[in-house]
Write a protein that binds this ligand. Structure first.
Ligand code: 5MM
Length: 340
């Protein structure tokens, strides 16, 4: 394992002012997104959509990495440039989602386990050949009356750790993504308790699997109120709860935390990240790896029509820029008014 190279890649991803575009929606998820604009999900419509995102001029000022899906890493732009090369030429590191999705955990109603470890060593070798510099595996934790169970947390943590070890063996930086879902009526303190326990088990497992933390990144949920909780925490409360929770359980050896947006509005996800960075310096870089929060406005602007590509790219560029500012704690709502 080339530890220095892994650490360099991880640090490049969390360099100041930049973050990750998560464009790794699986077939089912991208269909759901396209359904909202009435566009059929075909290999070509998916290619065209990712093409407009990756071809957005100037977005590389705010985007350090792009996560691709297996289909996407093999596709090319309208000018026949492989997406991996298109991104690399802009200085954007290409990454790959390698999990096979969260499936029901047998015997544990309402809980999920992420699959995809079988054959992963061989797949990692292929993705490395295709140009992937980092990878991503998402575990899903649901909050309910009796859940998550300890068994579910441990099973997912072990899978994340086995994935991370295989990534590093292949010279690829693992992004470790344990997502505590925001679905439910629970309050922010319940989210904090479950997030802390989840992360504690993840770092125990990573330690046991001899994963080199300096060559990893963490992609977690923020500590926020459940979506249906009547009392929604403010950005400052989210920032305080998230940072204080993570200080207790995320080792300082981890170079960066790249948050997912998880269903927050685009503006809320930016505001929350901004509030964290406005607090001052932290043991790790605090960045973004947003899917919906970077793409939602662009998707709405696109509507599947080539005439709308420029408008969609303006919308994507704007969100990338706002989140770039949030990396330094200098974002303000006024930036939304000056949108292109
Ligand atoms: C949690 O989802 C990840 C971040 O996206 P959001 O910022 O929208 O929450 C995202 O990378 C996700 O893992 C991919 O879209 C793949 O999801 P599926 O459900 O298709 O495996």
């Amino acid at each position: 394992m080339d530890k220095q190279r892994l650490a360099e890649i991880a640090q490049a991803i969390v360099q100041p002012g930049k973050g990750i575009l998560a464009a790794d929606e699986s077939g089912g998820t991208i269909k759901k997104r396209f359904d909202t604009i009435g566009v059929a999900s075909t290999e070509e419509s998916r290619r065209a959509y990712r093409d407009l995102l990756f071809s957005t001029e100037g977005a590389e000022a705010y985007i350090s990495g792009g996560i691709l899906f297996d289909e996407t890493i093999r596709q090319s732009s309208h000018q026949d440039t492989p997406f991996v090369r298109l991104l690399a030429d802009k200085g954007i590191l290409p990454g790959i989602k390698v999990d096979k999705g969260a499936k029901p955990l047998a015997g544990f109603a309402g809980e999920k386990i992420t699959e995809g470890l079988d054959g992963l060593r061989e797949r990692m070798a292929e993705y490395r050949e295709l140009g992937a510099k980092f990878a991503k595996w998402r575990a899903v934790i649901t909050i309910g009356d009796e859940i998550p169970t300890r068994f579910c947390l441990e099973a997912n943590a072990r899978a994340l750790a086995r994935y991370a070890a295989l990534c590093q063996e292949a010279g690829i930086v693992p992004i470790v993504e344990p997502e505590v879902l925001m679905d439910g009526r629970h309050d922010i303190s319940r989210c904090r308790a479950v997030t802390a326990e989840t992360l504690q088990r993840v770092y125990d497992a990573l330690f046991e699997h001899c994963v080199y933390l300096e060559g990893t990144l963490l992609k977690p949920n923020m500590v926020i109120s459940g979506q249906d909780c009547p009392q929604q925490a403010s950005a400052e409360q989210v920032a305080e709860a998230t940072v204080s929770c993570f200080r207790q359980v995320v080792p300082a050896a981890v170079p960066g935390i790249v948050f997912l947006s998880g269903g927050q509005s685009s503006e809320q996800a930016t505001e929350n990240l901004n509030a964290m960075n406005a607090m001052g310096t932290h043991p790790w870089e605090l960045s973004f790896s947003y899917g919906r929060a970077l793409q939602a406005h662009a998707l709405q602007a696109w509507q599947g029509k080539s005439d709308n590509i420029a408008a969609a790219q303006r919308a994507f560029y704007h969100r990338a820029k706002c989140n770039g500012a949030a990396r330094a704690g200098t974002y303000s709502r006024a930036m939304e008014e000056t949108a292109a």
